[in-house]
Design a protein around this ligand. Structure first.
Ligand code: HEM
Length: 420
């Protein structure tokens, strides 16, 4: 006889958005399973400021994919249906130092604007173009490990997982190395201080500083263009009506933020997931050709993006038996969809040899992650190089002392001390 499913507590659902329960931040999987078994579409039993009339969580794969691909019924741009939205984004009042939080980017508009903005940079992110970066990414990974190899220990987040992707995206964009540390401060402040219904005033100050920095960088590159993506985007903006100044600035901040925050989480948490499972780690060390499949499984199992950006119903629609009203906000929980027992046998097991047909770690539909080929390349090189050069990798901190950070839409490790 099966035991009845205990009701999902309102407090726990709240914690998914506030990060106020460290145990749930470290491991939300039991809660997500409970939510999936309760319903594919759950109402959020508390108001979220600025987020439409009612809010829903989508917990299972089929329904999450449906919301993400059904652009006729769901929009990422609340202003298109007359709603202010969470950050007052896409509004002209935020025009002095636009960032992706306050102004339009491909992530927050629908087609045709979405297609226009994405096409302007998509050439730099095709799998073929990204494959051309392989030697340079390898070189960066090796340089980072050269710095710590002799010490026999390192802090993976600071020494490897953070600097690797920011090096790559900063070189692509042409951002001076002297500014990387400051960018990290801003990115962390934004990730931790802003979120659904959350506007930490200090994070807003960081956001303004990040926007002003980007504006100065663009002004500098207008004077002295280089062979980088920002200079190419400036040329497009100066050509005519394809890209406005505000879109240029907010797109650059989006690429900087999205280009390193998530991938560094993949590398750090992925390493911990492997250290937690010596059998999987041993398999990977024995056969490095498994690394690309392991990266996909790590993305499925504990991918950096817990939740996709909010979608707003354009009209009344029924979703898995729930009556969603025009203007309601719907959150696809990617991490939950990726553990859906209807899609994956034994979803709570990490199995790097699993054959994966699809996962939602990079989202789905027209907003599917632009940087996915880059993230995959960086992830593959990061794990291959780490395991080859440091085959005796071990935790250098008691497992229970590892702390997680909760942020905007993801969970990350505060630090990961290892010996090798
Ligand atoms: C493991 C690493 C990464 C993960 C898990 C990830 C995840 C995601 C997800 C889930 C979305 C869709 C959000 C939504 O639909 O609301 C997205 C969009 C996006 N990502 Fe990533 N991302 C990663 C790395 C990157 C990198 C390296 C870049 C490079 C610049 C990047 C740039 C973008 C951009 C520009 C979008 C918006 C695409 C659009 O709206 O058309 N991401 N990402």
């Amino acid at each position: 006889m099966s035991t009845p499913n205990p009701a999902v507590s309102e407090k726990d659902i709240f914690s998914l958005f506030s990060g106020d329960n460290p145990e749930l931040v470290a491991s939300p999987f039991a809660l997500l399973a409970q939510m999936r078994s309760t319903s594919p579409v759950l109402p959020i039993p508390f108001p979220i400021p600025g987020m439409g009339s009612r809010a829903w969580l989508v917990t299972r794969m089929e329904e999450a994919a449906q919301v993400l691909r059904d652009h006729a019924h769901f929009t990422v741009d609340p202003s298109s249906i007359g709603i202010a939205g969470p950050f007052g984004r896409n509004s002209s009042e935020n025009s002095d130092a636009p960032t992706f939080f306050t102004s339009k980017t491909m992530l927050t508009v629908d087609d045709p604007d979405h297609r226009r903005l994405r096409l302007l940079v998509s050439k730099a992110f095709t799998p073929r173009y990204i494959e051309g970066l392989r030697p340079r990414v390898q070189e960066i990974a090796d340089e980072l490990l050269d710095r710590v190899q002799a010490q026999g220990q390192m802090e993976i987040v600071k020494d490897y997982a953070f600097p690797l992707p920011i090096n790559v995206i900063a070189e692509m964009l042409g951002i001076p190395q002297a500014d990387w540390a400051q960018i990290r401060v801003w990115s962390e402040a934004l990730a931790h201080g802003l979120g659904v219904g959350k506007r930490d005033p200090q994070a807003q100050a960081h956001m303004r500083a990040f926007g002003e920095y980007t504006a100065r960088l663009v002004a500098e590159k207008r004077q002295h263009p280089g062979d980088d993506l920002i200079s190419q985007m400036i040329a497009i903006e100066e050509e005519g009506d394809r890209l406005s100044e505000a879109e240029l600035l907010s797109t650059i901040t989006l690429l900087i933020f999205a280009g390193h925050e998530t991938t560094s989480n993949l590398i750090a948490t992925g390493t911990l997931m492997l250290l937690d499972r010596p059998d999987q780690l041993a398999k990977l060390k024995a056969d490095p050709s498994l690394v690309p499949a392991a990266v996909e499984e790590l993305l499925r199992f504990n991918g950096p993006a817990t939740i996709a950006g909010p979608r707003y119903a354009r009209e009344d629609i029924e979703l898995a038996g729930q009556q969603i009203k025009r203007g309601d906000v719907v959150f696809p929980i990617l991490l939950s969809a990726n553990h859906d027992e209807r899609q994956f046998p034994q979803p709570e097991e990490l199995d790097i040899t699993r054959t994966l047909e699809r996962h939602l770690a990079f989202g789905y539909g027209i907003h599917t992650c632009l940087g996915a080929p880059l993230a995959r390349l960086e992830g593959s090189i990061a794990f291959t190089t780490l395991l080859k050069r440091m085959p005796n990798l071990r935790l250098n901190i008691p497992r229970e002392n590892i702390t997680w950070h909760f942020s905007l839409n993801s969970r990350s490790l505060a630090a990961l001390l290892v010996t090798f």
